[in-house]
Ligand binder design. Structure first.
Ligand SMILES: [Zn+2]
Ligand SMILES: [Zn+2]
Length: 137
């Protein structure tokens, strides 16, 4: 089943052949600053195709990843892992967000004390996150 989504103004639209609806929330300092909020809610996708490439900005935030945004409205669209060519799309950009469930919070020790996600999902510290998700050197 093809899943669809778009930015706030609609200049950038996307489709994905597969979406992992059990998603994670990254509360690291970079993701909080980038999203301008509490976290980046990231759903892994495959077969991801964009319509509106001219409006799609890509910011290289590290040697292994790019962060995508709409050049017109500024919507936080995705985190792209270069080694595996994987798009982690922002959950808030999908047209139907009802199927999504938060199953993991990462970099929890970087989160400020002023807010917290409820629920009994997994919570990984920075050390645990890097050990389990970092690309091989
Ligand atoms: Zn836009
Ligand atoms: Zn992060």
């Amino acid at each position: 089943m093809t899943t669809t989504g778009r930015c706030l103004c609609g200049a950038v639209r996307f489709t994905a052949e597969h979406v992992e609806t059990h998603h994670h929330a990254c509360v690291c300092g970079m993701c909080r600053r980038w999203s301008g909020g509490a976290a980046f809610l990231a759903a892994e996708t495959s077969g991801t195709v964009f319509d509106g490439e001219a409006e799609l900005g890509r910011y290289p935030s590290s040697s292994w990843a790019e962060r995508g945004f709409c050049r017109t409205c500024g919507t936080t669209l995705f985190y792209f892992l270069i080694p595996t060519q994987t798009y982690l799309m922002s959950v808030g950009t999908f047209d139907d967000q009802a199927p999504f469930r938060l199953v993991r919070e990462i970099f929890v020790d970087a989160k400020p004390d002023g807010f917290a996600f409820a629920g009994d999902h997994e919570r990984w510290t920075e050390e645990e996150t890097l050990r389990r998700l970092a690309p091989p050197e």
